[in-house]
Design a protein around this ligand. Structure first.
Ligand code: CP3
Length: 343
């Protein structure tokens, strides 16, 4: 059975424009909070395929999106490379020993060996694919090497990225060594996700905006392209979505063999369409906070549908949904997207 989401990623004409939401399986859903409580904590949930499968499927049943995104986290990758990870309440993810020296990066596991350790992710994918309706797509994902490196170097989330940027300008070779090592792992990680049953993959470069435009290619985009080239050469039937958040000043420099460009909320859709719309299908890009108001949601969905009336579009938020968004408003957004684009 054809999956409308996969067709849309390849720019084929579909009965309506499909929709999913970034961080669609999460804390805004009471059903998610129940399962997380059962798991004890967030990492346990990621490590438990039966429960991770359950929360992956929740948004399909509850809000009616066209694609499920695998429930996991980008940080399981550095965790399996050997960096001890904790999610601390109120603070977010923390690595106990950030990378400082070349020896630190040499000490980490790499390549296929790491990809093979992420068995709980592949087990989750197999369970989800067995339960998900045939016409719904399953999206696998990874963090971009740069976004993963920011956590590996800073040890946690950061507002300034000063430790990473000190390395970028004073010891770029070390940063490249980290990025290259993560890139190798991620190639095989996505390959294994595909072999386990995902229909689409997305690369999240959530912290792209931390890099000045003239350095973005060197420290992030080219590594993402290496990953997409590797996947496309072997699995051309799997659409690839690139999501670099917050880089309107880099749009003229986007290149590479992938299918969908995820437009974040700070980039006007019309600008992205003008610069990239002929080469890539565009995904996005409602400001997630519009979900607090049905009127604000409706105005944006209608404007997006108008801008993208020629198709080659996937509805989504321009970044992740927030935990205090009313579920009813998320449902309203999904239904509206599916309706306004029926043709
Ligand atoms: O529905 C989905 O989108 C799938 C699940 C998913 C999660 N994390 C679950 C999660 C995905 C795709 C991610 C990716 C991720 N993780 C990114 C890139 C995506 C983005 O939104 O930019 C990043 C930067 C991370 C790192 C991360 N994980 C942070 C910074 C945090 C803390 C966030 C916070 O607000 O506290 C997490 C934890 C996390 N990952 C949660 C969820 C549902 C919240 C954990 C909880 O249940 O308390």
């Amino acid at each position: 059975m054809s999956k409308i989401f996969v067709d849309a990623c390849f720019g084929k004409s579909t009965p309506y424009t499909p929709v999913w939401m970034m961080r669609q399986a999460g804390r805004y859903l009471p059903e998610y909070m129940e399962v997380r409580a059962k798991a004890g904590n967030f990492l346990n949930l990621c490590h438990n395929p039966a429960l991770a499968c359950e929360v992956t499927l929740q948004p399909i049943d509850i809000v009616g999106v066209d694609a499920a995104i695998l429930f996991s986290d980008i940080l399981v990758v550095p965790n399996e490379m050997g960096m001890k990870l904790d999610f601390i309440k109120g603070e977010g993810p923390v690595f106990d020993k950030p990378i400082v020296t070349e020896d630190d990066i040499d000490a980490l596991l790499g390549g296929k060996e790491v990809a093979e350790r992420l068995t709980y992710v592949y087990d989750t994918i197999k369970l989800v694919r067995a339960k998900l309706a045939d016409d719904k797509a399953l999206i696998g994902f990874t963090g971009a090497p740069w976004t993963l490196a920011t956590y590996m170097i800073e040890g946690q989330g950061t507002k300034t990225y000063n430790i990473c940027k000190k390395m970028m300008y004073s010891n770029p070779a070390l940063l490249h060594k980290i990025l290259a090592k993560v890139t190798e792992v991620v190639k095989y990680y996505l390959e294994k996700q595909i072999l386990s049953g995902v229909d689409v993959v997305q690369i999240f470069d959530s912290w792209a905006a931390a890099i000045e435009p003239s350095k973005y290619d060197e420290f992030s985009w080219r590594y993402m392209v290496q990953i997409s080239d590797f996947i496309k050469a072997k699995y051309p039937h799997i659409p690839i979505i690139m999501f670099p958040k917050g880089i309107p000043a880099f749009l003229d420099n986007i290149y590479g063999n992938f299918d969908v460009f995820g437009v974040d909320w700070s980039t006007p859709m019309a600008l992205a369409k003008e610069k990239l719309g002929e080469r890539y299908v565009l995904q996005g890009n409602m400001e997630p906070c519009r979900l607090y108001s049905k009127e604000a949601t409706k105005a944006c969905v209608e404007s997006l549908a108008d801008t993208m009336r020629d198709g080659r579009h996937i509805f989504n938020l321009g970044h992740g949904i927030l935990p205090d968004v009313p579920v009813e408003n998320a449902k309203y957004f999904v239904k509206l997207c599916q309706e306004v684009s029926k043709r």
